[in-house]
Design a protein around this ligand. Structure first.
Ligand SMILES: NC(=O)c1ccc[n+]([C@@H]2O[C@H](COP(=O)([O-])OP(=O)(O)OC[C@H]3O[C@@H](n4cnc5c(N)ncnc54)[C@H](OP(=O)(O)O)[C@@H]3O)[C@@H](O)[C@H]2O)c1
Length: 334
């Protein structure tokens, strides 16, 4: 078995990657501050703050078979890791937010990218709204330039247990509560997700096989209506009724798409529907297997229950806002 380095490992995807690598018998070292959670049983945590120069120096002189980096918004982190770590294979987790055109469906990895943000720090969002994608482009370039055997995984929406974004999890939690649930009245809108466990399994698989190149890491193309129906069938309460509300009515009620407070997660702005309609056949051909959405929904619901249903959500509609929407809609249609 091999030695693996996971830059991260205390939460969500990087935690899942470390867990899969441990389960396959690898010796796994995770590097994080330890503020987000614990590393999986069987992995070792090296406590380091990547904002501190030289934080990865303790790794110098050590050889790993494979390394996985999930650095989100920092080119310096990526460069420092490439400089300090000796690994036979390098996976960098990037994002589909690197693409310049978020609208056209069916695009592949050769589609035009945002301009790389070369200084790699994160400017205030009002100065550079695309900073996340632009920093990832610069980070990808750094990885390809300095590692001869690298895999860049441009992940789509990652869902399932451990997700703290409150996006996908809103729907299983809402549908399990039952009653009349507002859903976006755009059933044909493209949708594409990947379960964190499937993505992690494939990342470890790819590292073991030495897969190189750039791949969009997400599941097959489907629609928002199909995803919501599958979640409802898997975890919906017996009295659940889905009530589609047209986008114009949602906008008028100041409900926002995708994420954030007072939002309907997974509903995309008209300008961005292509981000959930990417060509992921290369990922499937390279071995990314995706489980049924029902399975992701059940696991996401379990996770939601551990977080507690009464917390302040980062995404989704509060019950009072949803009731008001339904009352207004009923008044408008009678
Ligand atoms: N979520 C999605 O739907 C989505 C979609 C597309 C792409 N992605 C990409 O997928 C990856 C997700 O990674 P993830 O799930 O592991 O979550 P993450 O939120 O990116 O956290 C990654 C790790 O970074 C560590 N970290 C944070 N600040 C640090 C610091 N100053 N020094 C050292 N370590 C630090 C955290 O541990 P500590 O806090 O314990 O230090 C954590 O273990 C990212 O690359 C993201 O861009 C996500």
């Amino acid at each position: 078995m091999g030695s693996w380095l996971v830059l991260g490992g205390t939460r969500f995807l990087s935690h899942a990657v470390a867990a899969v690598a441990v389960a396959r018998g690898h010796e796994v070292v995770c590097v994080a501050r330890g503020e987000s959670g614990r590393v999986p049983d069987g992995a070792t945590l090296l406590v380091a703050d990547r904002d501190v120069p030289g934080a990865l120096d303790p790794l110098r002189g050590r050889r790993f078979d494979a390394a996985v980096d999930v650095a989100t918004m920092s080119l310096p982190w990526v460069r420092d890791a490439l400089d300090a770590v000796d690994a036979g294979h390098w996976t960098f987790v990037s994002t589909i937010s690197v693409y310049a055109d978020p609208l056209t469906p069916g695009q592949g990895v050769d589609a035009p990218l945002l301009d790389p943000l070369q200084d790699g720090s994160s400017p205030p969002p009002d100065r550079q709204p695309d900073a996340y994608g632009a920093i990832k482009v610069a980070s990808e370039n750094a990885v390809r330039a300095s590692h001869p055997r690298s895999l860049v995984v441009r992940a789509g929406l990652i869902c399932g247990p451990g997700d703290r974004s409150d996006r996908f999890g809103y729907w299983p939690a809402r549908f399990a509560r039952g009653g009349r649930a507002v859903v976006p009245g755009v059933p044909d809108q493209p949708m594409q997700i990947v379960d964190v466990r499937d993505l992690a399994e494939w990342i470890v698989d790819s590292g073991e096989r030495g897969l190189t190149g750039t791949v969009d890491g997400s599941g097959p193309r489907t629609t928002l209506g199909a995803v919501l129906d599958e979640i409802a069938a898997a975890v919906g309460a017996p009295d659940l009724e889905l009530v589609p509300v047209p986008p114009e009515a949602l906008v008028a009620a100041e409900v926002t798409p995708w994420a954030g407070p007072r939002s309907l997660p997974l509903w995309l702005p008209d300008t961005h529907t292509g981000i959930a309609a990417r060509d992921t056949t290369p990922a499937a051909a390279a071995g990314l297997r995706t489980r049924p959405i029902a399975d992701t929904a059940r696991a996401a619901l379990d996770h939601e229950r551990t977080l507690g249903p009464d917390r302040t959500r980062r995404a989704g509609l509060a019950p009072a806002d949803e009731s008001r929407l339904l009352t207004d809609r009923d008044a408008a249609t009678t």
